[in-house]
Design a protein around this ligand. Structure first.
Ligand code: NAD
Ligand code: DAU
Length: 350
């Protein structure tokens, strides 16, 4: 049986990828390696616990000896690497943590793959999951393509850019079989409520202010997380070794317009009169180095591998809002403890 190591599988996107692979490929062993940081949560995978082809290993990608041990223990054939520090605001406060996990952790995994796979890379693959933020910021025109130059601005995107470069360097230097994909903003179930959409859904439900950075005119391209997981499946199985694939929804929204859709949807689902939560909008100091616009051109993925987003945005948002409202225990669990300190520091002790 093929043994696939998925890192960061207890996080937001990783949990969707692990679930998809475990259910769709009963004849492949899925090993989920995750350090269970504040962002990792095994509750995200409760429904697949106990499946025969699924194993969880608590491990830190920064600990090379442990990673080497796990490569041998499971005779790993391929890696889908999602483990990362992923939140831009946290990277502004603590850049070193991002260099450690995103740069050194990725390099450790590459080294472990190279050392354990020896000279024979037959049926081996190191698939690295990255972000559109490595390309920098756009003005009102144009899209990021696979050939856009790298121009990261935040410590988060700089660390992801660096990890992408290391992945390519292992292909160029050692011919390690790699693929990279760079995706736009994801939304959906199990996203930690520090990111815009789950944070604002939770705040609307609790009648708390909605901290809109700057003038709210920044633009992001939003993709339903299950569509990203599907793209990862297609690229993992059919992508060209050495290639990069951009993944995006052709679904751009100004933050303020997206926030209005969110408010309308939450009020509708809660049965509130139209406009009830509009007053919660609160423009606050801008994020430092806030990128203006991200927009991904995913034509290559569509034309070469036939992937397209499956869901209309309003439908995806309604599904997402309903999920958070129906899973209040999950929300309470992840917003207790340290989250309260984070929230106070970010939004209240200003
Ligand atoms: P997340 O923060 O929800 O999850 C990250 C996971 O990695 C967590 O389970 C955490 O415990 C684990 N992790 C962190 N440090 C680790 C370490 N040192 N060792 C082992 N595990 C560790 O992140 P996400 O939003 O699911 O993003 C997953 C990947 O996709 C990241 O690489 C991110 O850069 C990329 N990405 C995210 C988005 C997005 O919109 N969220 C878009 C494009 C790309
Ligand atoms: O583009 C892909 C990236 O998308 C991923 O690589 C990152 O891991 C992911 O976190 C996301 O980064 P963003 O910074 O775009 O996402 P975030 O949800 O933090 O913010 C989305 C937009 O909303 C951004 O313009 C900042 C703004 N914002 C965010 C928060 C948390 C606010 O106005 N207020 C907020 O409180």
């Amino acid at each position: 049986m093929e043994n696939i190591l998925i890192t960061g599988g207890a996080g937001f996107i990783g949990s969707h990828v692990v679930r998809l692979f475990v259910k769709k490929y009963p004849n492949k062993n899925i090993i989920n390696l995750d350090a269970l940081t504040y962002a990792g949560n095994l509750e995200n995978l409760k429904d697949i616990e106990g499946e025969k082809n699924y194993t969880f290993e608590k491990a830190d990608i920064c600990e090379l000896e442990h990673i080497n041990f796990l490569f041998k223990k499971y005779a790993i054939d391929s890696v889908i690497h999602l483990a990362a520090e992923s939140h831009v605001d946290r990277s502004i406060k603590d850049p070193l943590a991002f260099a450690r996990t995103n740069v050194m952790g990725t390099l450790n995994l590459l080294q472990a793959a190279k050392d354990n796979w020896g000279d024979d890379f037959t049926n081996k693959l190191f698939y690295h999951i990255s972000t559109d933020e490595v390309y920098g910021s756009l003005d009102d025109k144009g899209f990021f393509t696979e050939n856009s130059p790298y121009d990261p601005h935040s410590p988060y995107s700089a660390s992801k850019a660096s990890s992408d470069h290391f992945v390519r360097s292992f292909y160029d230097t050692y011919q390690l079989p790699v693929i990279i994909s760079n995706c736009s903003n994801n939304y959906g179930s199990y996203q930690f409520p520090e990111k815009l959409i789950p944070l604002f859904i939770n705040n609307i439900c609790n009648k708390k202010q909605l901290p809109v950075y700057g003038n709210g005119e920044n633009v992001r391209d939003w993709l339903f997380v299950e569509d990203h997981a599907r793209a990862i499946d297609i690229i993992f199985h059919n992508g060209n070794i050495g290639d990069t694939y951009n993944i995006g929804g052709f679904n751009e929204w100004k933050n303020i317009d997206l926030i209005k859709v969110l408010i309308k949807t939450v009020d509708k689902v809660l049965g509130n009169p139209v406009g009830t939560s509009d007053k919660l909008i609160n423009f606050v100091k801008d994020r430092k180095g806030h990128d203006y616009r991200y927009a991904i051109d995913s034509t290559k993925l569509k034309e070469e591998l036939g992937w397209e987003p499956s869901l209309q945005f309003e439908e995806g948002i309604e599904k997402t809002v309903k999920w958070y409202l129906e899973n209040q225990d999950w929300v309470k669990n992840v917003t207790s403890g340290d989250y309260q300190n984070y929230y106070k520091e970010m939004y209240e002790n200003k």
